[in-house]
Design a protein. Structure first.
Length: 153
């Protein structure tokens, strides 16, 4: 099973309310940072030059915007210096829980299909054996009748 997330939920109404009145730079920085976190599925290293290039802004602009996001609690800096988002963490946990539930359901469904196929195969086998046995019995009876009628002649 792939460990990459094919997509993540985004609650736009909540996002609009959380970021109303913020600059475009702040929104773009937050969206890019969280997208990188989702992709990595873990906190990301605070490599300012690389992040600025990926976001499309200057190092100075990123430092200012990141400082705002950190003060507002949208992004947190872990003790080891990596950047993280509680929202990303919650969504990843929820997604993994759902994937595990779906995986369990898929396994149950596959087992049910396999068992049903086995039951059908067994039932088909029994029917074939019964028909074969009955056909054999009919042949034997016919042969026996023919033998008896020839012995009476």
């Amino acid at each position: 099973m792939s460990t990459k997330l094919p997509w993540v939920r985004n609650f736009y109404e909540e996002w609009i309310m959380d970021f109303s009145g913020t600059s475009a730079a702040e929104k773009a920085t937050y969206m890019t940072l969280t997208a990188l976190m989702y992709r990595a599925q873990e906190p990301i290293w605070e490599e300012i030059t690389t992040l600025a290039r990926r976001i499309g802004c200057s190092v100075n602009a990123l430092n200012k915007t990141l400082d705002l996001l950190l003060r507002k609690g949208k992004i947190i800096r872990l003790e080891d210096g990596r950047l993280w988002s509680q929202q990303v963490e919650e969504e990843l946990k929820d997604c993994n829980d759902n994937l595990n539930k779906r995986s369990e359901k898929a396994i149950k469904a596959a087992n049910t299909r396999r068992n049903k196929h086995k039951d059908n195969s067994s039932q088909d086998h029994d029917e074939i054996m019964m028909m074969s046995s009955q056909s054999h019995d009919d042949d034997m009876m016919t042969s026996s009748r023919q033998s008896q009628s020839q012995s009476h002649i």
